[in-house]
Design a protein around this ligand. Structure first.
Ligand SMILES: C[S@@+](CC[C@H](N)C(=O)[O-])C[C@H]1O[C@@H](n2cnc3c(N)ncnc32)[C@H](O)[C@@H]1O
Length: 290
């Protein structure tokens, strides 16, 4: 009764009370040991000279990640629509140190022999890292030119435990990808689709053990999805023009609850050596137990 009266009074003043549902946590939470990225990338395919690799990189005008290879060979990012955050060569390495230790810990301390799916793999940065850590990886992306780039990376590093496919997310199924995966990486993708709830449900169908979710967030305490129009003007954007939904942090918690995941943990920010969007709450990552 008192709560109702307070709420009525607040409403008259233009305010309201929001009930924040209890958050679930994968427990107990121990900070996992550090896992460094495999960097610079090894060059196991000795037949490719520096000049060959430079020529192959030059065939592709746009690169989402900066790459560095053994022997001092390195390449910058290149976007048709450059972004302050995304062009920093340290970005994927800092993201790796942020969330990969939690994933590795969840798999018993190693990715060796784990089957991993990399949704929207772009040029394969995460797939290649997981393959170098011993996982069997399938990566897919809707953009054929990015799958060509991923296959170039595969041939330079000489890995044979990663496979790349051109595939639209909504065509993803157990049939198209050969059954379930121990781990599904849903990184940098959720905010490029109009239906994040359905996207999480579909992601769940592919996972046996864990999902690693990393997403941009709309900065608000509301349980909201912020809609905007996205054009496919850059290799980091939605593959087709249309509405996309940027979730808030609170709405992610509700979506995870609705999909009935067993447990989840928002990966804590433990260092200032992170891209600024993670430090300011405009992006976050979750380890989800299916
Ligand atoms: C911001 S990038 C994220 C890349 C990578 N997963 C990461 O987190 O570093 C978004 C990626 O989603 C891909 N993408 C966009 N819409 C897609 C769709 N419908 N199906 C598959 N991939 C899509 C883009 O081509 C791009 O590679």
């Amino acid at each position: 009764m008192i709560k109702l009266m307070v709420r009525r009074a607040l409403r008259l003043l233009g305010y309201d009370i929001l009930k924040i549902p209890p958050r679930k946590r994968i427990s107990p939470v121990h900070e996992p040991p550090a896992v460094p990225p495999v960097w610079p990338l090894p060059r196991r395919a000795q037949m490719l000279t520096n000049e060959d690799i430079r020529n192959e990189f030059a065939r592709h005008p746009f690169w989402h990640y900066a790459y560095q290879f053994d022997g001092g060979l390195s390449f910058q990012t290149s976007h048709s629509n450059p972004g302050l955050d995304t062009d920093d060569p340290m970005r994927p390495l800092q993201r790796f140190r942020h969330f990969m230790p939690y994933l590795v810990q969840s798999q018993g301390g190693t990715l060796k022999g784990k089957r991993i799916l990399d949704i929207a793999c772009n040029s394969g940065f995460w797939s290649i890292q997981c393959a170098l850590l011993g996982a069997d990886v399938v990566g897919f992306d809707a953009r054929p030119e990015l799958i060509e780039e991923a296959n170039l990376l595969k041939s330079i590093t000489g890995i044979n435990n990663a496979e790349f496919k051109v595939l639209d997310f909504w065509k993803m199924s157990l049939e198209t990808l050969g059954g379930k995966f121990d781990v599904v990486l849903n990184l940098g993708f959720l905010y490029h689709v109009p239906k994040p709830l359905e996207a999480l449900e579909l992601t769940k169908t592919m996972a046996r053990s864990h999902i690693l979710l990393d997403t941009a967030l709309y900065p608000s305490d509301e349980f909201a999805l912020y809609l905007k129009w996205e054009e496919p003007t850059d290799i980091r954007m939605a593959a087709h023009a249309g509405v996309v939904a940027l979730p808030t942090r609170s709405s992610i918690e509700l979506l995870l609850r609705h999909v009935k995941f067993n447990d989840w943990l928002q990966i804590p920010v433990r260092t200032k050596e992170l891209p600024v969007d993670y430090l300011t709450g405009r992006r976050a990552s979750w380890l989800i137990e299916v």
